[in-house]
Design a protein around this ligand. Structure first.
Ligand code: CP
Ligand code: NVA
Length: 329
């Protein structure tokens, strides 16, 4: 799983629905002090999942380790000081060696080519845990969160029933946006992006995002602007992320200056005319400059259910890619 681009709309839908159904079943079992059925099945029993992280992580690390545990397997965390991906050893050697011992590699890297190269040479499934281009596990959790918030009963069929919704992304055009936008286009959800001039979607990525609609009957529409108010008009969900992603620390001052005026606030939503009842999402970690406390901790914020859903997305992804070898059912 490198990107949401790898998935058909049906596979993406299935992962999101599986994440939701594991969430209810496992939470109900744990609340009744029972061992969840999924854990009893021991689908990853005796298997190791190697987690190779070149960057910091709270949610991705904890959700992946917890998901492997729920499936009865052993998560092995390998930080950048434990192994050095592509530094003291080639990616080829690392991939061949680790995949000869573990049942899956979950990798957080800088350049997307690093995780793509691991996957190319691996004999076991590889899951992208964030690269400079994509964050597929986040997008599965985000659509689960949108689905749980906007659809009264989580559907059990083959559709999430989100067609016609509008997502507004106000902020940096980054890895989290790219997979989210790909999913929106695939699922018939419109996405409007407002970024300052010079921080918009690169042309090659725009083509990938628009290409995600190929073969989809009513794809979601991507629109881009430099004006936050334009993006939020009639939006159901307002989303943002940090203005300074990991690896961009040296540009922090320049970026903070460039993004002045892009903070998500209730005043912005009102000026722009977001829909009544609009919701707010953020993958976290969050800084106050991109969204103020009133919105982030306010009644329309979905950020904590969204963070929890990272666990259920990880369960669904490990089940789909490791247990079922990419057959997403
Ligand atoms: N949202 C997310 O991926 O958070 P972490 O960087 O803490 O894993
Ligand atoms: N865009 C952020 C996401 C962190 C989860 C980064 O790459 O640092």
């Amino acid at each position: 799983l490198m990107s949401i681009s790898d998935l058909t709309p049906a596979e993406f839908t299935r992962l999101v629905l599986n994440a939701s159904s594991h969430k209810s079943a496992i939470k109900a079992a744990l609340a009744a002090s029972q061992t969840p059925k999924l854990t009893q099945s021991g689908l990853l029993s005796g298997r190791t999942v190697a987690m190779m992280f070149n960057k910091r992580s709270t949610r991705t690390r904890v959700s992946t380790e917890s998901a492997v545990t729920l499936l009865g397997g052993h998560p092995m965390f390998l930080g950048k000081d434990d192994i050095q991906l592509g530094v003291n050893e080639s990616l080829y050697d690392t991939s061949v060696v680790i995949s000869s011992m573990a049942s899956c590699m979950v990798a957080r890297v800088g350049p997307h080519s690093d995780v793509a190269n691991l996957a190319l040479h691996s004999s076991v499934p590889v899951i992208n845990a964030l690269s400079d281009d994509y964050h597929p596990l986040q997008t599965i959790a985000d659509f689960q969160t949108i689905s749980e918030s906007f659809v009264a009963a989580v559907p059990t069929g083959h559709s999430l029933g989100l067609e016609g919704l509008k997502v507004a992304w106000v902020g940096d055009s980054n890895n989290v946006l790219f997979d989210l936008a790909i999913a929106c286009v695939k699922m018939g959800v419109d996405i409007a992006v407002a970024s300052p001039s010079g921080y918009g979607i690169p042309e090659a990525m725009r083509q990938v995002i628009n290409g995600a609609g190929a073969g989809v009957a009513s794809p979601g529409r991507l629109s881009e602007t430099t004006v936050p108010e334009e993006a939020v008009r009639d939006a159901d969900v307002l989303v943002t992320d940090t203005w300074v992603s990991m690896g961009q620390e040296a540009e922090a001052k320049k970026r903070l200056d460039a993004f002045a005026g892009y903070q998500i606030t209730n005043a912005l939503a009102k000026r722009g005319g977001a829909k009544a009842g609009w919701k707010f999402m953020h993958c976290l970690p969050r800084h106050p400059e991109e969204v103020d406390d009133e919105v982030f901790y306010g009644p329309q914020s979905l950020v904590f259910p969204e963070a929890e859903n990272r666990l259920w997305a990880a369960v669904a992804a490990l089940e789909g890619f490791v247990v079922n070898k990419g057959k997403i059912v």
